[in-house]
Design a protein around this ligand. Structure first.
Ligand code: HEM
Length: 390
């Protein structure tokens, strides 16, 4: 059955500010559409998105390797080794070697450091009575925490941010040659930096995650240097890009609705459901089949709209309402299945710790300007978050 076509530029300003009316159209059209601008079939119903993410007949790796253009050799060297882009045995092996570094004991152990950092950052702005919270609070927390977890100093944060922004811009709709050149240069600089840090740890092991990545696991398996470097870069990039905006979108939702964080799980989960920081992921189809009445061909790429799935009226009661006590961690904002977010416990902890401290320390916190989203779809995050308090 042919699916309805919908046209919607992901660069359109109204859409960037509020994509949810378009997702309502997607649901009204039956939950599967041909999105003209992406030239791709896109699924938006929660049940279909959740099922496809868990279905091994779909994957992130293309069926035939893509030959990268010469100006993106290093960037694709990264992509092709990244756990996020692998499937099957290669993915499982890398993921299990990295998972040991993310055991809950190690993540829970970060709680006091996140608390101290949140206080430190607020100490710096408290007297001013106003700030752009995105750069003074939401950004430094995840960046510094993920850097320190790997064993890199907080002073590396500005470089990590710069390289990471340049690399993840490759996943934005409508990238151009300038974006590609910057991503390639950033990947080279990032690789060189991590390579040096890995060499230091081989010479003198430390108590950090980067050292752990250089050591054999209990079966004696070791990661090749190129895998260690790629994985460290993936963890550093994935470790903050989304969490920064989960915090920013969360503060915005809380201030707009008057709800307050409680230090429990419910508010964080509702923030991630209501306004997730990542809206669209793709999958390749590995077998011919029909799903939700849509015939799919082997090799075809499809889109999964996480942003639409978390607002599906068939799954969530009053999906457009922000309900801080909803408690429904079954959203798909962290994905599902084999690639389920490795950093979900860390991101959840950061939100759970940082948000209550922010509201306790700055009573009377309010928006000082209407926050606007950055034109970076599929990323959903604010440009600035100007707030004031008395
Ligand atoms: C609120 C913050 C976050 C959100 C919304 C988020 C979301 C996601 C999603 C949707 C995926 C799956 C992509 C797919 O299936 O195609 C993913 C994968 C991943 N995330 Fe996160 N993430 C967040 C924070 C983090 C953090 C803090 C880390 C830190 C280490 C992290 C590391 C990863 C890694 C390594 C993967 C790849 C896993 C694999 O391929 O097996 N993420 N994330």
């Amino acid at each position: 059955m042919l699916k309805p076509h919908l046209a919607q530029s992901p660069r359109d300003s109204d859409f960037v500010q509020n994509p949810y009316p378009f997702y309502a159209q997607l649901h009204a059209a039956g939950g599967v559409i041909w999105w003209d601008d992406y030239k791709m079939l896109v699924f938006g119903r929660f049940a279909a998105v959740n099922a496809i993410l868990r279905d091994r007949r779909f994957g992130r790796a293309p069926l035939t390797a893509i030959t990268p253009p010469a100006h993106l050799t290093t960037f694709y060297e990264y992509e092709n080794r990244s756990m996020l882009e692998l499937e099957g045995a290669a993915h499982r092996r890398l993921r299990s070697l990295v998972t040991r570094a993310f055991v809950s004991r190690r993540i829970d152990g970060m709680r006091p450091r996140i608390e101290a950092l949140a206080h430190e950052l607020l100490d710096r702005v408290e007297a001013a009575g106003q700030t752009n919270l995105l750069t003074t609070f939401c950004e430094p927390i995840p960046v510094i925490i993920i850097a320190e977890l790997l064993g890199l100093p907080a002073s590396a944060a500005p470089n990590l941010l710069r390289w990471s922004h340049a690399m993840v811009a490759m996943y934005q709709f409508g990238r151009d040659r300038a974006v590609e050149d910057e991503a390639e240069a950033a990947t080279k600089a990032f690789f060189a930096y991590i390579e040096g840090e890995v060499a230091l740890r081989r010479a003198a092991p430390r108590e950090d995650l980067l050292t752990l990545l250089t050591q054999p696991d209990e079966k004696g398996e070791v990661l090749a240097d190129a895998d260690i470097i790629t994985t460290a870069v993936l963890i550093l990039n994935a470790g903050h890009e989304a969490t920064v905006h989960a915090l920013g979108n969360g503060v915005k939702a809380l201030l707009e609705t008057g709800a307050r964080p409680d230090g429990e799980d419910a508010v964080g989960e509702e923030i991630l459901r209501y306004d997730p920081p990542l809206h669209m992921f793709t999958r390749y189809v590995y077998e011919d089949m029909t799903i939700s009445g849509a015939p799919l061909r082997r090799g075809q790429m499809i889109g999964l709209s996480l942003g639409a799935a978390t607002r599906d009226p068939g799954r969530f009661d009053q999906p457009d309402e922000f309900m801080p006590d909803r408690f429904d961690p079954g959203h798909v904002s962290f994905g599902a299945g084999a690639h389920f977010c490795l950093g979900a416990p860390l991101a959840r902890l950061e939100m759970q710790v940082a948000l209550p401290i922010l509201f306790e320390r700055l009573p009377g916190l309010r928006l000082a300007a209407t926050p606007r989203c950055a034109d970076r779809y599929h990323f959903r995050g604010l440009e600035r978050l100007e707030v004031a308090w008395s």
